[in-house]
Every structure is written in C-alpha cells, then in structure tokens.
Design a protein around this ligand. Structure first.
Ligand code: PGA
Length: 252
C-alpha cells in the first residue's frame, strides 16, 4: 500500500483526489486517460474537479467507466451511462465522444472484449477512481471473483442490489446483471485512487487493505498494485490496525 489519507470530510477527500488527478495529468501530459466511477463515494471528487474546470481542461481526456447494469432499459436515468453523463461528463467538461461506458456500443456477448480492446487502444487507464462496496467489491466484482478476471457480464449479489435500491423506485427494479471491468483489468491502471467514507465501509476497507488477498474480498487485490492512494474518513478507517504505518503525503 502506498498512501493512506484520513480526511475529515468527503469534501476534503474530493479535493485531495482532484489534486492527485491534476498532478497526474500534468506529469503524463496528453496520454492521460481517466478511469471514472459512479456511486455516492466519488461524487465529491467530481464536484472538486468540476470546480477546477476553468484551470483544468479535461476536454481532450478519454474516460472509461468501471461498470454498467446489463439488464436495464436503454436511457434509464439510473443506467451508469446516464449517471456518468449527468454527474461526470457534463460537469467536468469531458468530450462525450471520448467517454465510454461498458456495453455502450451494443449489449451483445462480445461487448466485454470490445471494451477491453478500447481501453488498450487508448493506451490504458492512467488513473482509476474507485469506491468499495460494503461486501468488499470494486466495480461490480462481487465476492468470489477471480483476481485475474477481465471485463465480463456478471451477476449482482442480493446485497449489492439492496444497497443500490436507493437509486430505484422499487427494490425489484434493480437490475440483476452487470457488465464490469474485471479485477485484472483494474489492476492494469497505472494508479488507483480508492475512496471510502462511513462506518458501513470500515470492515470492507480493513479486509481489503490488511486482510489476506482473497477473491472473497475482491478489493484485497489492491494489495498487489504498486500505486494505490486510499482516501478515507475516520469512520471508514476505524478498523485499520496499521493506519500509522501507511505513507502519507509529505512524509518523505
Ligand atoms: P457507493 O458505492 O459509493 O455508492 O457506496 C461504492 C461501490 O459500490 O463501489
């Protein structure tokens, strides 16, 4: 694990992540490719980045989303394609033609391999933003997912469907299947920035960072990646046993 920042608010976490994104953009220049994530956690990151729009031009940056519901009606406001457009593409001033969501070029069995190919053709993801599920998932890689998994169509657990039912009118409206980048896909990003807030995430975060590397906790695969930044509030970090051992900004 490279870095852990314990922040006092999601707004502070958002600014920190935006700093990381801006610094990475500056250091790699035109080859920067952003990996975006939906869900509640990254929202403060997108707000912080949107506020920097005047000084940070993202209009030429290709972006790839982590995942999408599979069995959701096209154009549904809670499809990740719609969420990405509403919460990320438009406020950040990204070029919609450079923003991809898995399955956006057709929901057929070849969609996952086309998405992998599109990421490769863009030169790979430079920095991937991640949240973590209460069950330790990253993207829609649920417990039991192979740590070598690639982009694919998968089934959502009941817990994830329940957790996401807050976005839908009725629990039974939550889709059952998804298309998601695999753990192996995510591990190929050059840098990972994972944010976690609230006591609900404490167990998953501790298991991910300090437990055994196991498919039971898909996020534990991050221990195998050399460039991870974790941003957590005190509640989410409360079950970490070794919080004092991580490297924090300015420590060197
Ligand atoms: P959340 O979701 O940010 O809405 O809690 C995180 C995730 O499931 O990856």
């Amino acid at each position: 694990m490279t870095e852990l920042f314990v922040v006092s608010s999601q707004a502070e976490g958002g600014e920190l992540a935006a700093d990381r994104i801006a610094a990475t953009m500056t250091s790699v220049g035109a080859r920067f490719v952003l990996g975006v994530a939906t869900g509640s956690t990254p929202q403060s990151i997108w707000r912080a980045l949107a506020a920097r729009c005047r000084s940070l031009d993202l209009s030429t940056v290709p972006a790839f989303a982590l995942d999408e519901y599979w069995d959701i009606p096209e154009g549904h406001p809670e499809s990740y394609q719609a969420v990405v457009e509403r919460e990320i593409t438009s406020p950040l001033g990204l070029n919609p033609q450079l923003v991809r969501v898995p399955g956006d070029d057709g929901k057929d069995s070849a969609a996952p391999s086309r998405y992998e190919q599109a990421i490769r053709a863009a030169g790979g993801i430079t920095l991937q933003v991640l949240g973590i599920g209460r069950n330790g998932h990253i993207a829609f890689n649920e417990p039991g997912t192979s740590l070598a998994s690639r982009c694919r169509i998968a089934r959502l657990t009941q817990q994830t469907r329940r957790d996401n039912s807050r976005f839908f009118a009725a629990a039974e409206d939550v889709p059952s299947y998804c298309i998601t980048q695999g753990i192996g896909t995510i591990l190929e990003a050059e840098r990972l920035v994972l944010a976690a807030y609230g006591l609900d995430k404490a167990h998953a975060l501790a298991a991910a960072l300090e437990g055994p590397v196991t498919s039971t906790v898909p996020a534990s695969a991050l221990q195998l990646h050399p460039g991870v930044t974790v941003i957590a509030d005190a509640a989410a970090a409360s079950q970490l046993k070794h919080a004092g051992n991580y490297l924090a900004a300015g420590a060197l």
